[in-house]
Design a protein around this ligand. Structure first.
Ligand code: ADP
Length: 451
């Protein structure tokens, strides 16, 4: 096979025609239903069963403990769907990632104290001295109540002694008590759940949220009766927000190419998070790199010479893909520039080679948008079985740099959703961007569950 035949075959394999996409929508639906019925690490109940009206007011706190950064924020709800945020962001030092839980949470308490000291007394006293906080915790936890959960495992370079198997809320509350900080932690939530609630504060039609950044996740609202894997007390509210953990799904139905399989095999987590590996910011660039390496080694791309940097895993970045997507020239000069600016070629690539790279990038971008749209369509179906004929307005709130900044990504995702609905209209369903959703949502949830 020569390069152009191979490229055509690759394009055919990664192009998801509507019938194929519709069957993937059905596969997602079956998987979600399975997750709601069986004890499984997807479709996790959040215990959030209330939504804000947008009229709530006051200052509430949020703490976001993610992979890299720690964020402590005071979120003021202004009562008209608007919010303002005062925050402190710090990179989490490695010694806290490896130290004891007490050391980590004492450091967090110190930063919280700094934030409190910087706020005006008006803000602090608005709630009669009682302050409430919601925590977004970006590690899997086995949640048993809105403010209770056990850390299942940490990963992302964290090995905090004493935290796994225990409740991070308790550790944080004790650290605040030790420092005499009068904050009560009233909720612990996943950032996707926070994003849904934050957008619902602005727009009551929000029923789904998506995170599309380094990784991907989504949350949705379901009727309590459909969460068959859990028993809830009588007179429990009618619905609950579910953290889908959708990064984990798809091993048995996603349309993997040999590059997807290779990426998975060479990753630190083979077999884990197949949907994330096909769609999210961490992996898209690496998929492109794997095709480039194959084409250089086997089909003479770049005259058979691979720039040194492209021999190293994860060195083709998802931001390079976005830059290439934004090349609107007919002759691919923009793509050529991205390549020569970022990689040391012995001899500059030809315009034809740049064209090939652009076609590869375009395929992975579009496939990612289509698969994300399919996963969203299935979540809409879960809540509106009449889909694609939805009667109500629906907002899907999306956070993460891929949705916000990747050139044309949001447009292509909306288009893919319309293709699934098989309509040009699709007015009622809108994908909308949200910033800082996890953090704002955690504060709103703290407000709704403050006691
Ligand atoms: P996180 O998910 O880690 O909280 P982000 O939402 O900022 O953080 O997502 C980071 C991911 O988004 C990275 O994979 C990065 O490569 C990608 N990214 C950031 N900016 C852009 C951009 N302009 N175009 C495409 N991808 C981007």
């Amino acid at each position: 096979m020569d390069l152009s035949t191979s490229l055509l075959a690759f394009e055919r394999e990664t192009t998801l025609e509507t019938p194929k996409l519709l069957s993937i929508v059905d596969n997602f639906t079956e998987t979600y239903q399975y997750g709601l019925t069986n004890d499984h690490s997807i479709m996790i109940p959040s215990y959030v069963s209330r939504l804000p009206t947008g009229k709530e007011m006051g200052t509430y706190f949020a703490l976001d403990l993610g992979g890299t950064n720690l964020r402590v924020a005071a979120v003021t709800l202004l009562g008209d769907g608007k919010t303002s945020v005062e925050q402190r962001i710090y990179v989490i030092p490695d010694h806290f990632k490896m130290g004891t839980a007490e050391e980590l949470f004492d450091w967090i308490a110190l930063i919280t104290q700094e934030l409190l000291e910087s706020l005006s007394s008006k803000v602090i006293n608005a709630n009669n001295d009682k302050m409430f906080m919601g925590v977004t915790f970006s590690f899997p936890i086995d949640q048993t109540a809105i403010d209770r959960g056990k850390v299942m495992h940490m990963g992302k370079g964290f090995k905090v002694i004493g935290l796994e198997g225990n409740d991070p809320v308790e550790f944080l509350q004790q650290a605040y008590n030790r420092k005499g900080i009068n904050i009560h932690i009233s909720a612990i939530v996943n950032d996707s759940v926070g994003a849904l609630v934050a957008n619902a504060y602005k727009d009551q039609n929000t029923i789904i949220s998506v995170i599309q950044g380094t990784g991907t996740n989504a949350a949705c609202i379901v009727q309590i009766g459909s969460i068959k894997k859990k028993k809830f007390p009588p007179r429990f509210p009618e619905y609950m927000i579910i953290n889908t953990e959708w990064s984990l799904v798809g091993a048995d139905f996603l349309p993997f190419t040999k590059y997807d399989r290779l990426l998975d095999e060479q990753s630190d987590t083979p077999g884990f998070q197949p949907f994330e590996k096909m769609t999210s910011g961490m992996y898209l660039g690496e998929l492109v790199r794997l095709v480039i390496v194959d084409y250089v080694e086997n089909f003479g791309l770049f005259e058979g010479k691979l720039p040194k940097e492209l021999g190293i895993k994860y060195n083709f970045k998802t931001t390079h893909m976005s830059d290439i997507e934004s090349d609107l020239s007919k002759d691919c000069t923009g793509t050529l520039k991205v390549l020569t600016k970022n990689f040391d070629f012995i001899k500059n690539p030809s315009i034809e080679d740049a064209g090939i790279i652009k076609r590869i990038v375009q395929r992975f971008t579009r496939r990612s948008c289509q698969l994300q749209a399919a996963a969203i369509a299935s979540l809409i179906k879960l809540q509106c079985p009449e889909f694609p004929e939805v009667e109500r307005e629906i907002r899907v709130a999306i956070d993460g740099s891929i949705f916000h900044h990747y050139f044309k990504y949001s447009i292509l995702m909306s288009k893919a959703l319309k293709d699934i609905q098989q309509t040009k209209e699709a007015k009622k369903i809108k994908l909308v961007g949200i910033l800082d959703g996890g953090c704002i949502g955690a504060a709103i949830i703290a407000m709704m569950y403050s006691r």
